[in-house]
Design a protein around this ligand. Sequence first.
Ligand SMILES: [Zn+2]
Ligand SMILES: [Zn+2]
Length: 113
Amino acid sequence: MNDKTRCPGCQVAPGHAHEDTCAHARCPACGEQALTDDCDTDQPALWHGVDQRAEVARALNWWTTAPGVDHLVEDYTRVLFAIAYDQIAWEPQAQRYVIGQIDEAMLDRVAGR
Ligand SMILES: [Zn+2]
Ligand SMILES: [Zn+2]
């Protein structure tokens, strides 16, 4: 097992549930950060080997710069906008996002680019 695929928060291996206190755990019901979320669910929050939002950004080739980082990073802000405008949907069964109809021009507008 490649250690890079373990959760950066609780070090769990892909396919396993995060620890309850892990900041990287996503609510199984809605995809929000599980720690700050109050959905009532019995499902354990699973780690897939990559953050679900990073997975979306990589699939759509959405990259941005970050202060103090000398390489491009996943553009989470754009992912959040796409979620807010229903262009990406959380799939509770898979505990992953499903990419729908992406309107890049609209996302550029709401992101102020
Ligand atoms: Zn974790
Ligand atoms: Zn939730």
